[in-house]
Design a protein around this ligand. Structure first.
Ligand code: 13P
Length: 264
């Protein structure tokens, strides 16, 4: 972590938790955060679409921010099963996860569709959390940086430096997602440093220094401190470990501890 960037701990709940579980979780998380007083970390939860409003209500007055897991590139139209960015903004959603590897793998998401969704999110005033990451075969072939450069160029190519500085990138090596096999801190730092270097080359040093880059892929309470010690890791996008209040809160606490260390 770097003192110049606000850390983020974001829970991607994928297709888990309906309205009952979401409401209970967010209320409990809000209560625990209240006990801790003001926090430096941005805490985000990303429930399924049907649970967004309940999460918003439960998060009211707390530092918790609610993210959606996708949005479409058009404002309206014949796109069955999709939700427009402005529709999310209308119910108070501030962030949206885009280009997650599960969408790329199972739902035909491409660099071009991620770009369209990212532009629409920004136009609606949402903060995109743009996911990139290589599959195992690409890493083994030494192609990690080429894949990251292609995905970043595809998703962010048409944006201004100012727009990129305000969004969040999540580096999620696909081989680490849901496998229990976390990237080593050296692997995570190398990929994050590459992403920041790429941002510098394309958008300049100010943007590279400002953009938050989260790590995702089997991040857990027992490995999060090591990940957060990497200078270019600004937080985590957490799947499995964000589904239980205890483990998610432990990871928020770890970020807070690091933030305190940085500012001290
Ligand atoms: P896990 O933390 O379950 O590996 O999932 C990571 C992820 O996909 C977050 O978006």
């Amino acid at each position: 972590m770097h003192p110049g960037r606000v850390p983020v701990m974001a829970g991607n709940w994928k297709m888990h938790k309906g309205i009952h579980d979401t409401g209970g979780f967010v209320r409990e998380l809000a209560a625990q955060l209240k006990e801790r007083g003001p926090i430096a970390t941005q805490v985000i939860v990303a429930p399924v679409f049907t649970s967004l409003s309940v999460a918003q209500q439960a998060a009211w007055g707390s530092p918790i921010r609610v993210a959606a897991q996708n949005c479409h590139w058009e404002a309206a139209g014949a796109f069955t099963g999709e939700v427009a960015a402005a529709m999310l903004q209308e119910i108070g959603i501030g962030h949206v996860i885009l280009g997650h590897s599960e969408r790329r793998q199972h739902f035909g998401e491409t660099d071009a569709t991620v770009a369209g969704r990212t532009q629409a999110a920004l136009a609606a005033g949402l903060v995109p959390i743009v996911c990139v990451g290589e599959v195992l075969a690409e890493r083994q072939a030494g192609a990690t940086e080429a894949v990251l450069a292609r995905q970043l160029g595809g998703a962010l190519g048409g944006l201004s430096a100012g727009q990129v500085a305000g969004l969040i990138i999540a580096y999620e090596p696909v081989w680490a997602i849901g496998t229990g096999q976390v990237a080593t801190s050296a692997q995570a730092q190398a990929a994050h440093a590459f992403i920041r270097h790429w941002l510098d080359g394309r958008f300049g040093p100010g943007t590279a220094a400002a953009t938050r880059i989260l790590y995702g892929g089997s991040a857990k309470p027992d490995n999060v401190a090591e990940l957060l010690d990497c200078p270019d890791v600004d937080g985590c996008l957490i799947g499995g470990a964000s589904l239980r209040e205890e483990s998610f809160m432990a990871m928020v606490d770890a970020a807070e501890k690091r933030a305190g260390k940085n500012s001290g």
